[in-house]
Design a protein around this ligand. Sequence first.
Ligand code: A4P
Ligand code: MG
Length: 184
Amino acid sequence: MTIAYLGLGANLGDARQTLKDAVVCLAQQHTISVLAKSSVYRTAPIDSSGDDYFNCVVKLETSLPARSLLRLCHHIELQFGRERPYRNAPRTLDLDILLYGASSIDEADLVVPHPRMTERAFVLVPLVELEPDLILPQRGRADAFIDEVADQRIEKVAACQCMVAAQPSAADATATPSTKTDCR
Ligand code: A4P
Ligand code: MG
């Protein structure tokens, strides 16, 4: 089992509700235990356009290899209506793997730790809320980067529900894997 952190973001549709639904969807996966969820933050688009984003970070434990976790993230994004008309386009739901254990991965379609995570308040602030003493592989303390993103607007909109573990229900445990990834 591996501890991983996912960054969730949305700025199309009912973005705040989408984040809540996406966390429930993650918690329903038989391969994932959601261990903690940060507060939800309203954030200014960074290198992006459209409405303000809503962002949060989820800490989970998973039996999935990193690449399978990425595939699952893409599958869930699609269920929430994700389209990719151009880079950094407004989106109904984005799920990024921020950290996967202590792994450093540098492949064409998967880079972990997420390469821009230390440049973004919408990642750093919720991550440090969850793990104040977090050490990033090869980069040191996560909180050391927060001063550098102090000019990025970010505002907490929902209280933290940290350590409220969401485990799969008995019904989930008997469902087939193909139905468990379908949350909508
Ligand atoms: N990919 C590589 N590594 C990863 C990883 N660790 N996690 C690949 C997830 N995906 C990873 O992703 C583009 C490609 O990155 C995929 O093919 C995947 O295999 P995507 O989901 O299509 O697009 P993305 O997440 O927008 O791309 P990227 O490059 O991760 O964007 P950024 O840099 O994360 O920026 N402003 C606010 N306020 N809030 C936001 O959430 N998000 C972005 C996206 C820009 N501005 C924002 C926000
Ligand atoms: Mg993404």
